[in-house]
Design a protein around this ligand. Structure first.
Ligand code: SF4
Length: 371
């Protein structure tokens, strides 16, 4: 993978998204189109369907028969429900107008999950058959979406129906797999030749935090192996890490050290938009946003470790297409049940709004000072 611009003095690269950009700009077909033409996609669908008979899609290894209505840790049967879909600014600037599909159900129970209502009630939202999903993807593509961005919960849980959806779409979009990558080798093999860009999270840096905060076993070997497979697949990859208060040394540091050592050419997106949610509300360690010293220390760690930082163009907003209302409204502002307001992407246009809503937020002040 080559960089689109040389490394700057601060060790920050613009991106390393050659494959994805080639697909997005029409110089290459989405990978699933080639797999579909070669008959590979149909074989993958058969295999994914069979895996649901004794589900082993993720390292929970539940082995329940989801085709017969049984439920494992994720709580999802062979059906798929979507709790939101529409066109948003992707969190990475290259995603532009991204058709984000938020599936219900997840393989983790992250203590700070903003979508916890749809994780703990995994069939909440709108039930959608693969052909309905395909129609929806076609509609958003026609409206100007530059990709289909499969988010959760966790898309891995819905692999069979997502592959069927791709079989049925008529306006192929680049496929963005926006995932925790807590997946088995067989699952990752089914994604090869399907995904154009993996946006994968390394949430935790050790098994204790993974078990306590995410309620998952065998985290690091699984997620590391999945990233290695993704990086070998020929698709573009971005590693994300959401920095959590009080977890710089135990989680952020080992996540960056692993990435710098094992995948030195893969962009690493260090993210600072953590907000307490779900089980962290009121928590003495995690019940607050990051402080400025914590953000500065995370950036310092990244420089010391030498991880290849992804850096978005913070204040550039790509043009957004006009979309219809309903579940597909374009939104950038989230109003939480307890009245808090947060931004899915804090663009330059929205900075004054954020500052007016919370004049004391030092992260907003810092960005105002840089704009
Ligand atoms: S996807 Fe994972 S959590 Fe869900 S049933 Fe299968 S193995 Fe269990």
């Amino acid at each position: 993978m080559t960089n689109s611009k040389p490394e700057g003095d601060d060790g920050i690269f613009a991106n390393g998204l050659d494959h994805y950009l080639a697909v997005r700009d029409g110089r290459r077909a989405p990978r699933f189109v080639e797999s579909r033409l070669a008959g590979l996609l149909d074989r993958k669908i058969q295999m994914a369907d069979r895996m649901l008979d004794a589900c082993d899609l993720c390292p929970h290894h539940c082995l329940v028969n989801r085709n017969a209505g049984e439920r494992g840790f994720c709580g999802v049967t062979d059906r798929t429900a979507v709790h939101w879909e529409g066109v948003l600014h992707g969190e990475e600037i290259e995603l532009g107008a991204s058709h984000e599909v938020f599936f219900s159900g997840c393989t983790m129970r992250c203590a700070f999950c903003f979508a916890h209502a749809h994780i703990t009630r995994p069939m909440s939202g709108l039930p959608m058959a693969p052909e309905e999903l395909a129609n929806c993807v076609d509609k958003r593509r026609a409206q100007g979406a530059s990709n289909v961005n499969l988010v959760g919960g966790e898309p891995i849980v819905h692999l069979a129906n997502i592959l069927k959806m791709l079989r049925d779409v008529t306006r192929p979009s680049p496929v963005v797999w926006n995932s925790n990558l807590y997946a088995t080798e067989d699952t990752m093999a089914l994604l090869e030749g399907v995904v154009d860009l993996y946006l994968g999270d390394i949430h935790f840096g050790n098994e204790e935090c993974a078990a306590k905060l995410g309620r998952i076993p065998d985290y690091l070997p699984s997620v590391h192996a999945a990233f290695q497979t993704a990086a070998r697949s020929g698709a573009s990859v971005i590693i994300r890490h959401l920095v959590m208060p009080g977890h710089l040394e135990c989680c952020a540091r080992p996540a960056m050290e692993w990435a710098a050592r094992e995948l030195p050419d893969t962009p690493f997106h260090l993210m600072f938009q953590y907000l307490p949610e779900f089980r962290t509300l009121g928590d003495p360690v995690m019940g607050r946003a990051l402080s400025l010293p914590e953000i500065a220390r995370a950036e310092e760690l990244a420089r010391e470790i030498g991880v290849r930082r992804y850096q978005e163009a913070e204040f550039a907003s790509p043009p957004m297409p006009e979309t219809e209302g309903g579940v597909g409204e374009t939104v950038d502002i989230l109003i939480h049940e307890d009245g808090r307001v947060s931004f899915t992407r804090l663009t330059g246009d929205l900075l004054p709004v954020a500052a007016a809503l919370n004049a004391g937020d030092e992260r907003v002040s810092m960005r105002m000072g840089r704009s």
